[in-house]
Design a protein around this ligand. Structure first.
Ligand code: F0G
Length: 334
């Protein structure tokens, strides 16, 4: 459906913020067909499932995986079941699963419990699981790393991204490694992941039973690809860090107002993280001493329109004016 080949935008303002002649690029995965990076892996997972003659696909989700699975199952003409934590899915994502015709099941528990149930249902052989525990998902998602190297001419020095179930950091690292092995790049990229402060099992090295964050996409306490993420961080000499909900929302605003890129809260985590690396003495990775002219890529993972709820609360009710040029001119205040 046209997944991948998303924009890699150079940001002069973020580059200036980091300084030392560094160049910052934003990989905008919200530009995929269902508005998130999941489509890269989903097109592969559903195609391969069809090849093996599957009757239906199933996933647990914080929202984006379910939107993507529902769309690609619809395209393939097979049923899709999505298991979601009740009341914790952003409005736009729920609408997507509905309109693409998925069977939606909400449970009174969080994502981690939903994934546990899906794993068991997958064992019955009635469904193909299309969560990122399916290696076909990772194989599709690593193409984002290929695109970045192709466009920049070499691998970046640093890659910042949000971490939830930890499939994407695993996939990017696999992509960078594979390109380097084949001589398509010369540099190793340090993978720097960001979790939300109260949903940060990898950072704390401890399962979180009740994860909480405004970034509902990464509200995960027991990531499936925990070990692989740890390996990616260690092998790449990167790090894992946390950002607060306030920092996430401030970064979401900043990106919209300064770059014209509207992302959902989880996707603002690496931008909040970049600011932390520049400014905060408590950052797991400080950018004060990084080599001059480093190339830094931040992946923003999902489109802002998926999660309007937090923002709608901030919009004051609009008072209509008389329809005259004078009234309108005065109201513009510029
Ligand atoms: N950003 C967004 C917008 C996401 O939807 C997710 C994960 C992540 C980041 C984290 O990626 O899990 O590979 O570490 N969303 C999953 C879902 C869990 O169900 O949609 P990850």
């Amino acid at each position: 459906m046209g997944e991948g080949n998303t924009p890699l935008t150079h940001s002069p303002r973020l580059s200036e913020r980091v300084g030392r002649g560094c160049e910052i690029f934003i990989k905008n995965e919200g530009a995929n067909p269902t508005g998130s990076f999941k489509d890269r892996g989903m097109t592969v997972a559903v195609s391969r499932a069809m090849e093996r003659g599957t009757k239906a696909v199933i996933c647990a989700s914080t929202g984006n995986t379910s939107a993507s699975a529902a769309a690609y199952a619809a395209c393939a003409g097979i049923p899709c079941a999505v298991i979601l934590p009740a009341g914790k899915i952003a409005t736009g994502k729920l609408l997507q699963a509905f309109i693409y015709g998925a069977k939606i099941v909400a449970i009174n528990a969080n994502f981690d419990a939903a994934l546990r149930i899906v794993r068991e249902l997958g064992e019955s052989g009635d469904f193909t699981i299309v969560n990122s525990i399916n290696p076909d998902r990772i194989a599709g998602q690593k193409t984002a790393a290929f695109e970045i190297v192709d466009e920049l001419g070499d691998a970046p020095d640093f890659h910042l991204l949000p971490v939830g179930n930890a499939g994407n950091i695993t996939a990017y690292w696999a992509g960078y490694r594979e390109y380097r092995t084949h001589g398509r790049s010369t540099k190793s990229t340090a993978m720097i992941g960001f979790q939300a402060a109260c949903a940060a099992p990898i950072f704390h090295d401890c399962r979180i039973d009740k994860p909480e964050t405004v970034a509902s996409a990464i509200r995960i306490g027991n990531p499936a690809s925990w070990k692989q993420a740890r390996a990616a961080i260690a092998e790449s000499r990167g790090s894992i860090d946390v950002v607060s909900d306030e920092e996430i929302l401030a970064a979401q605003d900043w990106l919209a107002r300064h770059e014209g890129i509207f992302v959902e809260p989880a996707s603002a985590a690496p931008i909040a993280g970049l600011f932390k690396c520049c400014d905060s003495p408590s950052a797991a990775y400080s950018f004060q001493q990084i080599p001059e002219a480093s190339h830094i890529v931040c992946t923003v993972t999902g489109h802002g329109l998926k999660d309007p709820d937090v923002i709608i609360r901030r919009i004051k009710e609009l008072q209509p004016l008389p329809a005259t040029v004078m009234d309108v001119r005065r109201a513009i205040e510029l």
